[in-house]
Design a protein around this ligand. Structure first.
Ligand code: SF4
Length: 327
């Protein structure tokens, strides 16, 4: 794996304005609140966390489907945070998305070969015949038969539709694929087939993945490094083995305690978090996790922990490690 980052996210912020009530009270929903991470060329970096933690918004900010309110996104050494649509067009070719619900993201009126070739129409000058040929080849690459090319998306199963979505993303030979919950709508048996396909394609095409999931058991299979998000903040990042063997943040520990382990001797005690996820419109003071944290201390209610390196390559935002961090 190359050490050069393909993506660098620096202090990224995104808030949405909400109007409420008779008097149109304006509130800000802070979906992503100052996060930083980098993704090296050829690696899979996964973002995990409960629904509403800001991971999907982060994926859309990285691909600039959304414009950030603050911070920066760098892609291949270029700051793309402020680029307009025209300036983004040549860059978009290099970053594609795979979505959770392939059916909703595929036009039901288009034949599969046209769905797969559509990005080629936008981003290349290939002739219709060349696009057609490439679409047939891509369908074979993702494990479908090229005779499927003349059919429509509704004629396929969920797993096959996700393969079509992947073929479509691959068509313009991107360097980055942002996969947002790509297997969570699929049966468990199909999930592993799609994950294996993504891994094979990564090897074959040298792809870099930003993989977004709420499910730590899915992420374990595919990730090199993992970032855990809570209420718009990154609370822990580490390489996969470190995170699974030695999670530091109480939130990561709770998430991991609910992942099924095949070996009964490694069975962990389940940590049940109290309360619901607080609203990102009005997040708790201090550490945002303090209302649910089993290890909460007084300082946690007032002082926000800094996201810092606790050991080489392992960052965490938690007052439990303040001293370790300062050594
Ligand atoms: Fe828990 Fe305090 Fe650490 Fe937050 S800072 S995770 S409340 S121990």
């Amino acid at each position: 794996m190359n050490e050069t980052p393909l993506v660098e996210v620096k202090g990224l912020r995104k808030s949405f304005t909400l109007k409420k009530g008779w008097f149109g009270t304006v509130k800000q929903l802070r979906a992503v609140d100052g996060i930083s991470f980098a993704i090296r060329k050829g690696e899979t970096f996964s973002l995990v966390g409960e629904s509403g933690c800001g991971k999907s918004t982060t994926g859309r900010l990285v691909t600039r489907l959304l414009k950030p309110n603050g911070g920066e996104v760098w892609f291949n050494g270029q700051n793309i945070s402020e680029l307009n649509d025209n300036q983004m067009r040549p860059i978009r070719k290099h970053m594609q998305m795979v979505f959770q619900d392939p059916y909703a993201s595929l036009n039901p009126r288009m034949k599969v070969k046209d769905l797969v070739a559509e990005p080629l129409l936008i981003h290349t000058k290939l002739s219709p015949k060349e696009r057609d040929k490439l679409a047939h080849e891509l369908l074979e690459t993702v494990g479908l038969n090229s005779i499927h090319a003349e059919r429509f998306a509704h004629e396929f199963s969920g797993g096959q539709r996700q393969r079509i979505g992947i073929a479509r993303a691959l068509s313009v030979r991107p360097s980055l694929i942002v996969a947002d919950e790509p297997v969570s709508a699929l049966d468990v048996s199909i999930q592993s087939q799609v994950l294996n396909l993504l891994q094979d394609l990564q090897e074959e095409y040298g792809l870099t993945y930003l993989f977004i999931s709420h499910d730590l058991s899915v992420v374990e299979h595919i990730s090199d490094r993992i970032g855990v998000m809570y209420l718009g903040n990154l609370v822990e990042t580490a390489d996969k083995d470190t995170l699974y063997d030695r999670p530091l943040h109480p939130y990561t520990q709770a998430l991991l305690s609910s992942v099924p382990v095949p070996d009964p001797s490694r069975k962990k005690e389940r940590i049940i978090l109290k309360g619901d996820l607080p609203s990102p419109v009005d997040p708790p003071t201090g550490c945002r996790f303090h209302t649910r944290c089993p290890s909460c201390m007084d300082i946690c209610k007032t002082k926000e922990p800094v996201f810092k390196e606790a050991e080489p390559g392992h960052q965490v935002a938690c007052h439990l490690y303040d001293e370790t961090i300062m050594k």
